[in-house]
Design a protein around this ligand. Sequence first.
Ligand code: HEM
Length: 513
Amino acid sequence: YRRKWTSKSLHLPPGPPLLPFIGRMMPKKQQWLTFAAWGKEFGDVVHLKVMRYSIIILNSQRAALDLLDKKSSNFSSRPYLRFSGEMIGWGNILVLTPYNRRFRDIRKHLHQFMGAHSVKRFWPLQEEHAKAFIHRIFLQRLDPNTTASVTDSIHWMTGSLILLIAYGYKSAPTGDPLVEVVNEAMEQFSRASEPGVWLVDLIPWLKHVPTWFPGAQFHHTAAKWRLTLNAMANDPFEMVKQEISAGIGRPSFTRDLLVEKGQNLSTEEEVTIKWAAASLYSGGADTVASALSSFFLAMTQNPRVLRRAQEELDSVLLGDRLPNVDDKIHGRFPYISALVKEVLRWAPVAPTGGPHVSEKDDQYRGWLIPGGSIVFVNIWGLTHDEEVYPNPNEFRPERFLTKTNGGDCETEKDLPRDPGEMVFGYGRRTCPGRHLADTSLWLTIAMSLSTFDIVGHSQDVGYSGGSIIRPNNFECVMTPRSEKATLLLQSIGQQMADDSVPEMEDRSMTSHG
Ligand code: HEM
């Protein structure tokens, strides 16, 4: 009684006026811009009623941390998405799993596998993939008939790295059937999970509208996309099981866990492992690919930044070798590290983050946050806050460096907030792949800059996609920078022909002696 009474006496946070019957609709395009405009008009906590759902939009880091970090026991669930989650089946992957036991099991597995202390295991693989990427671009240049773009190579690299980590699957350089299936599934996921776009998410009974009914096209779309998702989750998982039975295969997330459980594996655990592995792919491939596309776009538009980054690399490498993880961990290239931060800030991959759902009524600054509210952080708004990042649309790595390193800030204390504190999300839902992502971005960016000049003439390139965005097509021409760069690129081809793909340390073997 007391809870109800208290809730009734509290007001909801301010927000745009309601429309009759439906409340309001979510903006369909570039939601983050509308969210930022509402933030300016109504404050950093905005309430919106969409049908029967309360939507809370947070436009400040303070509010995001207060609710999603400090009150994470209440704000860590996910919305129930009837279209993508139930009708297609994406509800099985971590990013849509509610805050329950399965969520905790998957997070535990992921933390053990790729937490801050475990990621070293992937470094050799990540180096090889970054090399394979620049080599692929090099070969494309030599082929006059190629239609492949830089973006194709980015997708090949991010996809094949995750397939190797998740399943020990070594994908073919072109036209790999599994890479194609998973990339297709991810494209469909991004479209299917766009907040508020599928009417059946807002009006649940629409699910019962017969398939022949005009406007019920979503039924056909769901059935088609379900097939792609099932192929993405089942095919590589069954492959690993067969390899274990045959006593072959490489170490991987799936193999480690299946071997560790051995005979004690329950059906429920098997399902959990299968979807945990699929979650790796769904969380990791498009996100890193989007950030890399934004990097190349930024280079075509900012030749000054490109030159400064190349000068920094040349001063240490002298064009004789490629940058590597050792350079990263010893901080030999501060400008490159600042550039990676600027990519994540300038074009946040998930501009409105992952939706968090509150499980019960809560209070914040004297407002009522009703249980079941869907909370979005306007990450794009935070990384474009002029108070923190002056001229936010300018691509300027110097904002993350002190004057001693040729940057804008007097002292370390003046450095603006690291975008990593926002773009990877909040609380118990923070991105489990952030360490992996950071290394992949750093290596690919550093290797590309050390070997190629990057030019293009595209201005005002827009972004498209759903919950994960990427730049629209843009011109990007990459040419080896020098004779030495050409030799380095040729030598990668030679190494790739000589060596097999490096393997991760086999945890399952070590733990079983
Ligand atoms: C630039 C790269 C990346 C960015 C910007 C990014 C960003 C995010 C964001 C914003 C979320 C939602 C967090 C929240 O709800 O508060 C998330 C969740 C997730 N990410 Fe990432 N991510 C990246 C790379 C990766 C990689 C490489 C992996 C795995 C290999 C990965 C796996 C996941 C998973 C599984 C989730 C779901 C977590 C959950 O719901 O509990 N991500 N990521």
